[in-house]
Design a protein around this ligand. Sequence first.
Ligand code: ADP
Length: 244
Amino acid sequence: EHKLLIVKDIHELYNLAQIRRDFIANASHELRTPLTVLNGYIEVMMDGQEPDSMWVKPLEQMHNQSERMQSIINDLLTLSAMESETLVGKEKTVPIAPILKKMEQDATQMSQGKHSFRFELDESLALKGYEEPLKSVLMNLISNAIRYTPEGGQITVRWYEDAKGPHFQVDDTGIGISQEHISRLTERFYRVDTARSRDTGGTGLGLAIVKHILERHDAKLVIKSQLGKGSSFRCDFPRSKAVH
Ligand code: ADP
């Protein structure tokens, strides 16, 4: 009997999707508190170790893993918020160029001098939307470019408008992505090479979040890439979202 898998109509499908979303949101929320407590005890134990103790390394690793779990939970909560029907508050005019100027400093720090950056920003162009979610789109794409581009690479960040509307675009000269993976990148937890990606500190949820936030802005993510050459991630916003 596989009753659970038989979906009779679109309403039932919709309800199942809602149940899944609620479950993920609730489970993530519930996992937060115990994890904070565990992390607190790990930190207490780390403080109490003699420098030559055999527990220094294992405790450090426990600490890293619990921080990793925390970022996965945070990402899942963001994703649930983005998927739910309502985004809190009203759309505002978001000044993208100044935000990107600030992010340039964070990006330089994150890259530790390993990449060269170019920021080409239309300072007279702003966007109608939700500020915090939009910031996480910008930061996700920039930090991916840094994490997947080896030392010596070039990262170009552009904020501009053409006849189709406003665009935010990040180009890198990094490891690239092969065609068969490109269409699946925005699936949750999808990572091209888990062994290699794991030590870049990501969760596999970043692009899923980006996609949902863009959908909330009637925008699209266009990914172009060549293995070994580099990638280009472009957000296409509708013309109606431009503010001058
Ligand atoms: P992660 O946390 O693994 O970075 P994302 O959802 O942000 O998760 O990205 C999904 C996968 O897409 C990554 O694991 C990586 O394999 C690939 N990817 C994302 N951005 C880039 C990029 N700029 N260059 C090459 N590969 C990328």
